[in-house]
Design a protein around this ligand. Sequence first.
Ligand code: NDP
Length: 305
Amino acid sequence: MTEINRGASAKIIDGKSFAAGLRARIGAEAAKLKAEHGLVAGLAVVLVGEDPASQVYVRNKSKAIAEAGMQAFDRPLPAQTSEADLLALVGELNADPNVHGILVQLPLPEHISAHVVIDAIDPVKDVDGFHFINTGKLWAAGGTLVPCTPQGCMMLLRDVLGDLKGKEALVIGRSNIVGKPMAALLLAENCTVTMAHSRTNDLPAVARRADILIAATGRPEMVRGDWIKPGATVIDVGINRIPALSDHHPRKMRLVGDVAFEEAVKVAGAITPVPGSVGPMTIACLLRNTLIAACRQIGLGHPAV
Ligand code: NDP
């Protein structure tokens, strides 16, 4: 059950419950892999520097991996690590048979090129799905390791809408991490896809055509209620920290998405809340990719997740 009906307003897409179910299925498949093939799927998590938000993300990912009965290899590195040293570590992890997935937490310090590092990861271990080979396969052929956040959004969309064929889908944001792979996945589902970005003319008018609206801009509450087609399905990828405006705690912050939720919930047919929907799906899909990568590396087919 992934939707909670709120009377006259939109259905709330409960990604948290969906992700919990997915994680349970991944845990069961990981246990089967261990019992039948003696293999514990392993994920190396590389963090360069001490960015507090990245530290939280990395901790959550490693914890989730352990909870699914897989192994996390945490590799924290100081902020001043050179690109050459990071590439040497990636090479070491590529060669390590206990490591089936490699995640290099982004953003990297400015003196290190993310493109160069991502390109050095063995594509079969690229559980983020950011390597050029995996990006190309996603657009051209499918059947690859798909970036976790768009994969999680797709699972929620399929659960809510079933067949997406012929639907007008709008993706706001064109990053390599979210917007572009999201568009590729929607296209593969036979949606008519529009990609919008900061130079799009009259974005509210473009948005009003969308049966499916994906917001991934990093602009707090940018998508207003009157941009949304009545009954549309809205997936809010954004995670933004803004002041909570509390008299008692003047420095308190709260999390909001890229969609003005209280307005949008009155117009949309279904909507993801922030936090607690796309975020949990991202982590679940990372576990899924780690399991898929491990299975492929020993010549097994796709696990049942
Ligand atoms: P990026 O900053 O890489 O990309 C943002 C995109 O939004 C760009 O393509 C940019 O356009 C576009 N954009 C910015 N302002 C506007 C505007 N006013 N109108 C239209 N388009 C605009 O961000 P990411 O894709 O990495 O992340 C997007 C959001 O998703 C962030 O809030 C991030 O925190 C969140 N996120 C959440 C995840 C989760 O698990 N829930 C995972 C990953 C990200 P242009 O290209 O023209 O500059």
